[in-house]
Design a protein around this ligand. Structure first.
Ligand SMILES: Cc1cc2nc3c(=O)[nH]c(=O)nc-3n(C[C@H](O)[C@H](O)[C@H](O)COP(=O)(O)OP(=O)(O)OC[C@H]3O[C@@H](n4cnc5c(N)ncnc54)[C@H](O)[C@@H]3O)c2cc1C
Length: 534
């Protein structure tokens, strides 16, 4: 067992895989990657359509409960986050998206020097290989494969036509920092298989002598001596193991777990730590605060044309399996989201504030968090506020690392978010009346009947809103003097040397995008910042 290396990376998810691969490019640097989950070689993970079965699957998903949320009618929800190499990128919906130019320019305005669009764009390119016509806004040599959807469903074109009929243009490339319009999505896939961060970054470098990957290794806490992180303690095969980091410990355990590891190590809001009997090393009140999430609403319609639901019977499945296994084609290569749109809830807004996803299927979620597919021909829209203002927090339930953390979401705590979602419902109502969709829609599955008054729509929003699985912000970076900034703009934890956080939790504000590619970008840039310190 290795017991001392240069860098210890905690969490082998979207960010952790990037860091492990980039830092170990130098053969003189030793790296250990500790991942609580297992290997990423399961059939369900590699098959793109497996996402629906992975969510809520105890082998691959942390399956965390959220607290009762009074902003959404006192409901509790299942929170999904990948617990496997590749992290959430091994169970996610594979939509490839970067966000608006202004998302990142805004980070810089908030005091996060070096994170404006011009600075981060090269890292999106560095990470990516696009398997489509060459384009200046895409990468050609990066580890992460990005591809068009292999089997687009007919309903997608009806939706695109309907958008154009209500004045929302087709956006030929939504990845150049300007997303307004409707578009066919790219997927993080290669040859019809999922391309997780583990497939992209780890698999090609696993044989490096200076890189050790340990799965089933759940980190309890960081060892801090004289205000310097010198290692971590993790559980492996029932025993506590300590590993030392000569240069840095890097937390990449994601939006829920990075703040909890900091807190268990004595870094966080002093009163909260003391209440759990944890000695305070640094009083950082921002740890676990600023939990931001894409609060998502669903609308589902019945249609007169076949959609995915009509193609899911057991006999058809045999054919789909054959197509997938022997031809890398067909339905099982298909991510759930095929068409998206970035929309303005008010035409006078300078940029989109609503993000919509079209799924060629309608589903509900059961109590275990698994998707249950509607059998009748149907499709659905999921949409969310691009940069929600509602804020929740992550807290410790106890000092015991095996206790699930408290996820106190307050998903619709901000009235402005609710108002935007109501406007979004009105927009969808208008879209469904556009000729291209009106002639195939035969009825409404959800909400049924479609409410007439705004107050009823608001009630629907609060009763039905769900998690978008794009949580960010709980260890946010910020400038000197910002009392709630956990990290400086180079992602170093304030008050402790040799310790960084690099994952989705560092984002100071949400991006108008699904968060996998932005997290990978963050890790690409962080790797360079770290190597520059050598
Ligand atoms: C169901 C779902 C669907 C999504 N769909 C999309 C999509 O279509 N497109 C998109 O762009 N984004 C999507 N996302 C979001 C995106 O995948 C995540 O934002 C991104 O993967 C986060 O990366 P991360 O590195 O911050 O965390 P993660 O990728 O979650 O990695 C954290 C890793 O740390 C490990 N870990 C946690 N605690 C410990 C510990 N104590 N010790 C050791 N290891 C630990 C975890 O097991 C995990 O492997 C989705 C997410 C989910 C959950």
């Amino acid at each position: 067992m290795v017991n001392s290396v240069d860098y210890v990376i905690v969490g082998g998810g979207s960010a952790g895989c990037v860091l492990a691969a980039r830092l170990s490019e130098d053969p003189d640097i030793s790296v250990v990657l500790l991942e609580a989950g297992g290997e990423n070689d399961a059939f369900l993970i590699n098959m793109p359509a497996g996402t629906a079965k992975l969510m809520g699957h105890k082998n691959y998903d942390w399956c965390l409960p959220t607290e009762t949320d009074s902003s959404i009618g006192g409901r509790e929800m299942q929170w999904s986050a990948g617990k496997v190499l590749g992290g959430s990128s091994s169970i996610n919906g594979q939509v490839y998206m970067r966000g608006e130019r202004s998302d990142y320019d805004n980070w810089e305005k908030l005091g996060c020097a070096g994170w404006n669009w011009g600075s981060v764009f090269p890292y999106f390119l560095k990470s990516e290989t696009l398997h489509d016509a060459p384009s200046q806004s895409h990468g050609t040599y990066g580890p992460l494969s990005v591809s068009p959807v292999r089997q687009p469903q007919a309903i997608g074109q009806y939706v695109i036509d309907a958008f154009e009929q209500i004045g929302v243009p087709l956006n030929a490339d939504y990845c150049d920092g300007s997303q307004f319009g409707v578009y066919r999505v790219y997927a993080t896939q290669k040859d019809g298989r999922r391309c997780s961060a583990a497939n992209a970054y780890l698999d090609p470098v696993r044989t490096r002598a200076n890189l050790t990957i340990i799965t089933g290794a759940q980190v309890d806490n960081i060892v801090i001596e004289n205000n310097r992180a010198t290692g971590v303690v993790y559980r492996h095969n029932g025993a506590d193991v300590r590993i030392n980091a000569a240069r840095e410990v890097i937390l990449s355990a994601g939006t829920v777990h990075s703040p909890t590891i900091l807190m268990r190590s004595g870094i966080g809001p002093a009163a909260h730590l003391s209440a759990h009997g944890i000695d305070v090393v640094v009083d950082l009140p921002g740890v676990g605060q600023n939990l931001r999430e894409h609060n998502t609403i669903s609308v589902a319609q019945f249609v007169s044309i076949p959609t995915l639901s009509a193609q899911l019977g057991p006999f058809r499945m045999v054919g789909h399996l054959f197509d997938y296994l022997f031809r890398s084609k067909g339905l099982l290569t298909t991510p759930a989201v095929q068409v998206m749109a970035a929309l303005k809830s008010d035409p006078d807004l300078p940029e989109p504030d609503l993000i919509l996803s079209m799924l060629p299927v309608a589903a509900t979620f059961n109590d275990e968090g698994n998707a249950v597919i509607e059998q009748r021909a149907s499709f659905s829209f999921g949409f969310h506020v691009a940069r929600p203002q509602s804020r929740g927090e992550i807290r410790l339930r106890s000092a015991n690392p095996l206790d699930k953390p408290i996820i106190d979401h307050r998903l619709l705590g901000d009235g402005g978010d609710v108002a935007k979602l109501v406007k979004g419902l009105r927009l969808i109502e208008r879209l469904c009346r556009a000729p291209a969709l009106a002639r195939i829609i035969t009825g409404t599955l959800r909400p049924a009947p479609f409410p007439e008054k705004d107050t009823e729509l608001e009630d629907y929003v609060r009763r039905s809103v769900g998690i978008g699985y794009h949580s960010v912000g709980t260890c946010r970076m910020g400038p000197d003097g910002d009392p709630l900034a956990v990290l400086d703009p180079e992602l170093r934890v304030r008050g402790v040397a040799g310790l960084r956080v690099v994952d989705a939790s560092v984002m100071p504000e949400p991006v108008s995008a699904n968060t996998n590619a932005p997290t990978i970008m963050i890790a690409e840039r962080a790797a360079e910042l770290i190597m520059r310190m050598q």
